[in-house]
Design a protein around this ligand. Structure first.
Ligand SMILES: [Zn+2]
Length: 534
């Protein structure tokens, strides 16, 4: 049976049909407004306006919520395989009586960072983790020894991710202390022994990268889950988080539509079948809310732009992972998912806070010009002097602003985001609706909140589909990429074995409050999601 679709985008409709208590975002005071950088929070009233209160918890028959995060799954591939009868467990046991929704992830659309909305109800910018690689310029003023001020969560360094989370946010594990996870890099709130196969997975992750396969990692993770649920059968947790990597790894290695990647989708279906079977055996399946979603899509990569080399050839001394031990540098290129990069620049030889438009164009005109003209690059974006976000292309320049719960969007020349909007103001509650069907879904909300983090680059660039930013030196070579704001990276499927509210496009940041509602809980900190639980 084909999954029911839930795309219903009506331009001009004012806001989503949220219940009355969610329709008007609650204003929170500055003490409560803890997220984003502390320095920036004081000047970012809009962040609080974006934060939502939660409906009071309601009684529910759900005893257990399970979130399977199928890393890198594209909605079109998943639904085509389901329609063709190739994903029998997902089709019969999840979709038959449940819901399929088209969802939108976050910018950057990259593993771990794009888990943040589901597990913390925050965007990467407001969680202060604006990429899998970033630089904190405030900690790097001398131009020497980048190590303490820079992060790359690739390899064993992914263990640092949890410690870098903004202290003011709430994880789903903190909200629901009776939680369990397998190999979750976000694990604040999980009690000891409740994040199985996390440290143990490090050597396997190393081999996975070079062997270009993660099926054995998922098998080990599933084995760990099965043994743990058997052990805990008399006292099951209320929330279980299971990230699976097979599809993402196969997509990078072979491309998003390659037969080996399709085989990974089938293994995903088998894993979901095994989870359902176990829950049936334990007698809890009828009282389980099972969600399956993804953190990003994928696009095939045919050509590589070596962004570091491009910046170097313009005369910069560039820092890039893994070579972060330079004694002196005046630029840093931090790439995420191969299609997204934070670029950080010294100003007159000094490293300090974020640079804004006038300084960038005065001191780095050749770099901005090159980035806005390169055929491989979508556009560079940066903070303007007036507190807006500017997006530049060779033929136009756009500005995103936000005030009192409204986005303002203007452009000169051709619109670099091609949003099809007039020079306009859009209520923040409609920001997803008016952009969901464009080439850059949720552009206003995602661009705005990314730059809430002072760790976001002075310049952010994304590559066009077909290209990446990492050069051929990435070993093994990637044949597929993600990280950008383009449609094929941003669109993700959301599947639920229980019917969800079906009122237009949704974000992955809505999954946390949805899981919480199904368990009779409600987030206690300001957040960006809305519950889809009916
Ligand atoms: Zn990936």
């Amino acid at each position: 049976m084909p999954p029911p679709r839930a795309v219903n985008i009506m331009l001009g409709r004012s806001g989503r049909d949220a219940p009355a208590d969610e329709r008007s975002p609650r204003r929170v005071d500055t003490k409560e407004r803890a997220l984003g950088d502390s320095e920036q929070a004081a000047t970012s009233a809009d962040l609080s306006a974006g934060a939502r209160s939660s409906a009071p918890p309601r009684a529910t028959d759900v005893e257990l919520a399970v979130l399977v995060l199928a890393d890198g799954v594209r909605p079109d591939v998943l639904t085509a395989l389901s329609d063709a009868g190739e994903l029998p467990n997902i089709t019969r046991h999840v979709l038959a009586e449940g819901s399929y929704l088209d969802g939108v992830t976050v910018l950057p659309s990259v593993t771990d960072v794009a888990y943040l909305p589901m597990l913390t109800v925050q965007y990467p910018g407001t969680a202060n983790i604006p990429g899998i690689r970033w630089v904190d310029k405030s900690r790097f003023k001398s131009g020497r020894l980048f190590v303490t001020a820079a992060r790359s969560y690739v390899g064993a360094a992914h263990l640092r991710f949890n410690g870098d989370l903004h202290p003011g946010l709430e994880t789903l594990f903190e909200l629901c202390p009776s939680s369990f996870a397998v190999r979750s890099d976000i694990h604040r709130g999980l009690s000891h022994g409740r994040n199985r196969f996390h440290h143990l997975s490090i050597p396997f992750m190393f081999f996975s990268h070079y062997l270009k396969r993660a099926d054995f990692i998922d098998r080990l993770a599933m084995g760990s889950l099965m043994r743990a649920t058997q052990r805990m059968r008399d006292d099951l947790p209320r929330f279980v988080f299971v990230p699976l990597l097979d599809v993402d790894t196969a997509s990078h290695a072979y491309g998003p539509h390659h037969r080996r990647t399709i085989a990974a989708y089938r293994r995903l279906d088998a894993a979901i079948g095994a989870i359902i079977q176990r829950l049936r055996t334990l007698g809890v399946w009828r009282r389980t809310h099972l969600l399956v979603s993804s953190d990003h899509g994928h696009t095939a990569t045919h050509e590589h732009l070596n962004l570091r080399r491009l910046v170097s050839e313009l005369g910069y001394s560039v820092l890039e992972h893994p070579n972060v031990y330079r004694r002196w540098a005046d630029a840093a290129v931090m790439i995420s998912g191969n299609s997204f990069a934070n670029i950080y620049l010294a100003s007159e030889g000094k490293w300090d806070g974020p640079l804004t438009g006038q300084t960038l164009w005065r001191e780095h005109p050749r770099l901005l010009d090159a980035l806005s003209r390169r055929v491989e690059v979508e556009w560079p974006a940066y903070r303007s002097d007036a507190g807006l976000i500017e997006i530049a292309s060779a033929s136009g320049r756009a500005r995103v602003g936000r005030e009192n719960g409204w986005y303002a969007y203007h452009y000169d020349g051709e619109d670099p985001l091609r949003l099809g909007l007039a020079h306009t103001r859009v209520p923040a509650s409609a920001a997803l609706q008016v952009t969901a069907e464009t080439g850059f879904p949720d552009a206003l909300e995602q661009m705005w909140h990314l730059f809430e983090s002072r760790r976001a680059g002075d310049i952010v660039v994304t590559s066009k589909p077909g290209y990446d930013l990492r050069g051929r030196r990435e070993i093994p070579e990637h044949h597929s990429s993600h990280g950008a704001l383009c449609r094929d990276h941003m669109r993700v499927p959301i599947l639920s074995n229980r019917p969800l509210r079906n009122e237009g496009p949704v974000r992955t940041v809505d999954l946390f409050p949805t899981v919480a509602s199904s368990l009779g809980l409600a987030p206690t900190k300001p957040h960006f999601g809305r519950s889809l639980w009916p």
